[in-house]
Design a protein. Structure first.
Length: 137
């Protein structure tokens, strides 16, 4: 499994995530984003959602992936904890995402994330895959 690290950034929050491949790095950055929103230890893996995203290039795909997850959180009230990205190409991905309905009595919410941005965006896959994104909070 990959790993993620939060990055200090003025008025925003950044995440740098790594993995053995881009699938793991994309999964790790999503986990990192939800760790900013909610205490992950409070989230059960009761529901599994399939997410499909398309974009013109791999960098835009990373932003679209995270923004689609934020949409599901905002519109459907789902908090996610675990991600399995598959069928990743330069322009599309499919993923399984596990989580549950948000519940203010059970979940400790930390910060609101508005969107993933293109500022300081990086997607690299030289040996170890690494992605970096700044989130607007």
């Amino acid at each position: 499994m990959g790993d993620f690290q939060l990055i200090d950034h003025t008025a925003d929050v950044g995440i740098s995530a790594t993995g053995r491949n881009l699938e793991e790095a994309f999964a790790s950055v999503a986990e990192g984003m939800f760790s900013i929103i909610v205490e992950l230890e409070d989230v059960a893996e009761d529901e599994c959602h399939e997410v499909q995203v398309n974009a013109p290039d791999i960098e835009s795909l990373l932003v679209a992936w995270l923004n689609e997850l934020l949409y599901l959180f905002d519109a459907e009230g789902i908090v996610f904890k675990r991600f399995q990205v598959s069928d990743l190409t330069e322009r599309s991905l499919k993923a399984l995402c596990w989580g549950e309905q948000a519940n203010s009595k059970r979940h400790r919410f930390k910060a609101g994330v508005k969107s993933a941005t293109y500022h300081m965006l990086r997607v690299e896959s030289n040996g170890i895959a690494k992605v970096q994104v700044i989130l607007d909070i």
